[in-house]
Design a protein around this ligand. Sequence first.
Ligand SMILES: Cc1cc2nc3c(=O)[nH]c(=O)nc-3n(C[C@H](O)[C@H](O)[C@H](O)COP(=O)(O)OP(=O)(O)OC[C@H]3O[C@@H](n4cnc5c(N)ncnc54)[C@H](O)[C@@H]3O)c2cc1C
Length: 224
Amino acid sequence: MARAISWHGQGARLVLEARNQSSRITSITARQVLVTVPLPILQQNRLRFDPPLPPAKQQGIAALAMGQVTKIVLRFSQAFWGELRLLTCDGPIPSFWPVESATVPTLMGYIGGPPALQLAAQGEPAALARTLEQLSSYFGPQVHAAFISGRMIDWSQDPWTLGAYTYTPLGAGNARARLAAALPPTLFFAGEATCTNGHLATVHGAIESGRRAAAELLRYASGA
Ligand SMILES: Cc1cc2nc3c(=O)[nH]c(=O)nc-3n(C[C@H](O)[C@H](O)[C@H](O)COP(=O)(O)OP(=O)(O)OC[C@H]3O[C@@H](n4cnc5c(N)ncnc54)[C@H](O)[C@@H]3O)c2cc1C
């Protein structure tokens, strides 16, 4: 993982730390760097810049926010939900859908925003019990009878993202453009948080931003 970037007009030096081997530090040099780490990595200075990023860039980073998601995956011995494609409800977990690619009948529960953190704070056993209870209120005792196993995925605790996907708080209208702006000729920025065309928080938005940043990078690489 990248820990630090020293940058200047002629290039940059990246300090890298090997995954699971915190003592193995290496560094590489590059003429240009494309930064695509998730927003909280920048907000929490987990990737340091020397010199620090300019004030406009820092304002953009600080003004945006990372949203939270908790997922509950449940495996069952039978698909008691029939032809269900998507269940939206008023319960603690507001939506469920069958995981079509699973080899055994599997339901995915999805919850976003502050309630996602509240559910995750209960811990996996309590969150699973609560979810089964909710499903039982719709489908009856067959839920517990068919239950095999479950997992909770708390994206706020994922060290590589520290959240799910970004949103724009009130008053932060120009923050994405500030985050996206290149610092030519050396630093370029991409990732869903840099999307200014409405495709934020999506895979296609992240891909589009990568294409935009790659074009910027090549423009400066060729000196045009
Ligand atoms: C639960 C959930 C469901 C989603 N569902 C959908 C969906 O159905 N459709 C859709 O379009 N989008 C969905 N998204 C959103 C989509 O996954 C993201 O918008 C997209 O992955 C963002 O891409 P990205 O490249 O900006 O960031 P990421 O995909 O997060 O990539 C950033 C990369 O940076 C790496 N990284 C972090 N820190 C460092 C470091 N210090 N050094 C080096 N590398 C580092 C990470 O490991 C990661 O590989 C979902 C997201 C979540 C969380």
